[in-house]
Structures are given as C-alpha cells and as structure tokens.
Design a protein around this ligand. Structure first.
Ligand code: SAH
Length: 412
C-alpha cells in the first residue's frame, strides 16, 4: 500500500456527515465542531451526549437510517456504525460521489484516516503510523508530553538569554499571563497553565508555587523569586508590578505564577490592573484553589447533599476584632454551611472565639490541613471549641487551612 498524503482540512462552515450515533460518533463529533464544521448526524439513536448537542442546535440530527443521498453535498463522511454491511453501504455511496470517507470499523476500506492528534495552543500535531494506530498514539503521547514540559519548544522558539524572542514578536510582542499553579502537588496545575509556563521567557513565582514546576523550566528562562524581593509587603508588590510591566514591554512572555488560584487572596487582581494601566496585555489562567483542594485531599468535601449547601471562603489574616476587617464574622457564625479559613492560624483563637460567641455550636466539627496535596501534608480533626488549642499543641504552621462545619468527618 502506498503512503498516505497528509492534509489539514479547513472545515469551517462545511457540511460533514456522521453516520452513527454511538460511542465512536460521540468521540469524533467534538473535534469536527471545534473545526467549525456543520455536522449532520444520521442515526436512529443518539447517545445522551450527542442528544444534548442536537438539542442545543450544535449538530443537525436525522433520526433514521442512512440513505445514499445523505452524502450529497458533504465534504467529508465519518462512518461510525458497528454493522459492517451498513458501513460498506456508506463507503460505497461516498466513493461514488468522490467524498473522502473515514471508517472507524475498517481503516483498509476507508479513503481517509483520522490521525492521533494533540492540540497545543495554535499547534496541532497529527500522527499516523501506517496501519498501526496504537503506535501513533504512543508517539503522539510522547510529543504531547514534550510540549507540556518544554523539552519540545512548542510555539516558543527558545531564545538566547536576555534577547527578545523573534517567534513571539510575530504574535504581538510581550505579555503577562497570571497562572494559578494549584495548591501544591505539581500535577494539579491546569493543562493550559503548564503549556504557557513552558513558553515563558520570564517566570515570577510566589513562595507557595510547587518547586518541581520551576525545576522544569528551560535554563535560559529568567526566574524571579517574588518572595525574596526586599522592602515591606506594599513596596514589594509595587516592585513585582514593575518587573511584570518592564519585562513584557521589552517583548517578553512573562508568566506570573501563583499558588492555588491567582484571584483567591493572591493579589492577582492588583497585578492585572497594573498591567492593564501600563498597556500590557494580560490574561489569567485560573488554578485549583487550596480552599477546595486541601479539604478534599484530607477527606472533606466542602459541600455534601443534605449537609452543607454552601461554603464560604474567608481570609483570617486580619483578626475579627480589628477595625480594618472586612469580614462579617457574626454573620458567618449564623451560617449552617462550611466555613473555610485561609491564612487563619495566627488568629485562630480569636476566630474560633468569635464564631462561638455569635452562636456557632462548640461541638461543630473542625479540621486543619497543613500543606495539603503535598508530600508534607498533615491534618487534624477536632471541634470548633478545641480547634485553636489543638492546632497550637500539634505545632501546625502555615500554609494551612481551617475548615469548620458538618462536612468534616462526613466521609468517615
Ligand atoms: N491563591 C491561593 C491562596 C493564597 S493565600 C489559593 O487559591 O489557594 C495563602 C493561604 O492559602 C495560606 O496561608 C493557606 O491558608 C492557604 N494555602 C495555600 N496552599 C495551601 C496548602 N497546600 N494547604 C493548605 N493551605 C494552603
């Protein structure tokens, strides 16, 4: 057999016929929609996922068996039926009309193959390996891994240290991306976050960012440790803003990497404002926040049917009786749901006392999780009445989260 001729089809607005409404069609249709194709599904039955797409008007559905004239006007046919005779009938109709036809059941009878693909921003990698799809998948996976960890350059052409990257000037010069690195486990960064991190020229990282993520950076990437910037906190923030704006203005791709989610007590909003004011393009990649993830890995779901229909995340950085506090602690004491307190260790005695004084029951279950999702994770379970003394006695240290509510212990 001669070798296939690779192509990338531009399907925007073009009609693509999918015959079959089962598992194969369910897997294939999203990529066709992503390419902008006008997808028409012919099948007496649809899976619930395809049914939802049909109900939403995203695919057209003909609720019946295939007939040869369905191929008329299609640019591509995707055969996704189990029955070989039915599949052969579709193939024959497509061949007669000279429309390329992908066969999920029999690649030898097909006139086109769908490669194993991975998408990486604007880059699409498509792999075929002769008649050996599993081999194509293995190669595709290796390439995807390389693109994600930066060992393959992706769309970022490695630039000499200090020089601006020509590849990026083409896409509009410097910019800042605020990326949530997740709660601590390096695998809990998002796929998008990891991809953009691998493209960075400059990374400005917080103290709580998983070290292993920084270990993956190319040697020429400039790493700024934001926690080592001198001056007081306010001055340090100004200095961080200045570094972000200055590097981006020099045409560099700047990643501001923050623990958890950038906009949950991370001052990410201030940095976004500073960049916008300076005319620097800035985008955000949300992260897995420790306020949900740390309880989760300690066995505490922040909501549970019939137990807690709300969870409230507050900062305990400012003590409840401090005039500058923006938190209505008496109101929180009256809530029945889950209370998650970040940065609350130092003020825990006063926080617990305030909640008790305003009506939260002393026997309410409570937990503390230190360094959740990391190898150093530790946690304790107690009650609201005891949480401050037990936390102190056990020597818990930041970063730690306090959870108060009936969800603590619900999975035991
Ligand atoms: N933006 C971060 C929170 C920054 S505030 C997020 O979305 O997770 C820093 C506080 O977050 C810490 O003082 C601690 O209360 C909490 N925290 C962050 N990582 C944590 C972890 N791995 N385990 C427990 N608490 C954590």
């Amino acid at each position: 057999m001669s070798s296939p001729y690779p192509l990338a089809l531009l399907l925007q607005g073009r009609r693509v016929l999918v015959v079959g409404g089962g598992a194969v069609a369910t897997r294939r249709v999203p990529a066709l929609l992503d390419a902008g194709a006008r997808v028409e599904v012919v099948s007496p039955h649809l899976t619930p996922a395809l049914r939802a797409l049909a109900d939403a008007g995203r695919v057209a559905w003909s609720e019946r068996r295939f007939q040869a004239s369905d191929v008329d006007g299609a640019w591509l046919v995707q055969v996704a039926v189990d029955d070989p005779a039915a599949a052969a009938a579709v193939s024959a109709a497509a061949l007669e009309r000279r429309v390329f036809c992908v066969r999920a059941d029999d690649r030898h009878a097909a006139t086109a193959w769908t490669p194993a693909t991975t998408r990486h921003g604007a880059v699409t990698v498509a792999v075929t390996a002769g008649g050996d799809p599993p081999r194509a998948v293995v190669i595709r996976d290796a390439i995807r891994e390389g693109l994600l960890d930066g060992t393959l350059p992706g769309c970022a052409v490695p630039s000499p240290a200090g020089a601006s990257a020509p590849a990026r000037e083409v896409v509009g010069g410097g910019r800042v991306v605020l990326i949530g690195a997740g709660p601590g486990d390096p695998e809990l960064i998002t796929v998008k976050g990891r991809r953009l991190l691998a493209e960075a020229d400059v990374v400005v990282a917080d103290r709580l960012v998983p070290g292993l993520l920084l270990d993956e950076l190319r040697p020429e990437v400039e790493l700024v440790d934001a926690s080592k910037i001198p001056y007081g906190p306010a001055k340090a923030q100004e200095e961080i803003n200045r570094i972000l704006v200055e590097r981006a203005a020099a045409g560099l791709m700047v990643v501001r990497l923050k623990g958890g989610d950038p906009y949950v007590f991370g001052r990410g909003g201030e940095e976004a404002i500073a960049c916008a004011r300076a005319g620097v393009p800035v985008t955000v990649v949300p992260g897995v926040t420790s306020s949900v993830a740390a309880p989760a890995v300690a066995g505490i779901p922040v909501t549970h049917r019939g137990v807690a229909h709300e969870f409230t995340v507050v900062s305990g950085h400012v003590a409840p009786d401090d005039p500058s506090s923006l938190v209505d602690w008496p109101a929180l004491a009256r809530l029945r749901g889950t209370l998650v307190v970040l940065m609350g260790l130092k003020n825990l005695p006063r926080i617990a006392a305030t909640l008790l004084a305003h009506g939260r029951a002393p026997e309410t279950p409570a937990a503390v999780v230190q360094e959740g999702t990391t190898g150093a994770q530790r946690s304790l379970r107690t009650t609201l009445a005891e949480v401050a003394s037990e936390t102190a006695a056990a020597g818990f240290r930041p970063p730690a989260i306090v959870v108060v509510g009936e969800v603590v212990g619900i999975l035991d």
